[in-house]
Design a protein around this ligand. Structure first.
Ligand SMILES: [Zn+2]
Length: 178
């Protein structure tokens, strides 16, 4: 029987095995001390093939922007290691793009890929990101509400009339007035 301490958590975000590894009987790999992976999870994480197309496009965008605006001699393998590490930990690539855009827009100092970690963990940038997401959601909600209230109310000039139950009688009476 496996003890409770034999159950480890697979560190791979997209783990298809419920993230549980029983090290007393399951196969696993431990690339870094204390970090457990199912063998297939580890190979997927390493090869990067598990990333969806949006994530890949976002990371490509970051690579391009980095070379264009931060350092044209950027060490790509170092940069990809940093980005893959974030994505592997469940940080959304959309947020990483936001951080890079923020750094460029505010002309923050960023000389080498490892320095990017500092900004990804930056509280102020996180708050700005959350707020920008909130505004997006809020606006779309507003758009829906506006649509619901769209029917023209010209025939009901007073809110009192509008609130009355609309039986045939009230509609007819209304028509008569016009
Ligand atoms: Zn796994």
């Amino acid at each position: 029987m496996s003890k409770k301490t034999d159950i480890k958590t697979c560190r791979f975000v997209g783990c298809p095995h419920g993230k549980k590894i029983d090290i007393s009987k399951d196969e696993y790999v431990m690339p870094t001390k204390g970090q457990y992976y199912h063998p297939d999870c580890w190979s997927k994480k390493r090869s990067g093939t598990w990333k969806d197309s949006q994530t890949r496009a976002d990371l490509q965008y970051i690579k391009n922007e980095w070379a264009l605006r931060i350092d044209k001699n950027v060490n790509y393998s170092q940069l990809m290691r940093v980005l893959n590490d974030f994505v592997g930990r469940g940080v959304s690539s959309e947020y990483l793009v936001f951080v890079l855009d923020y750094v460029i827009k505010h002309k923050k100092k960023l000389n080498y890929p490892y320095g990017f970690k500092y900004y990804v963990d930056d509280k102020e940038i996180k708050t700005t990101y959350d707020r920008s997401k909130y505004v997006k959601i809020d606006q779309s909600k507003f758009a829906v509400e506006k649509k619901e209230f769209e029917p023209p109310q010209k025939t009901d000039p007073s809110p009192l009339i509008a609130n009355k139950p609309k039986g045939f009688g009230s509609i007819l009476r209304h028509k008569h007035k016009e």
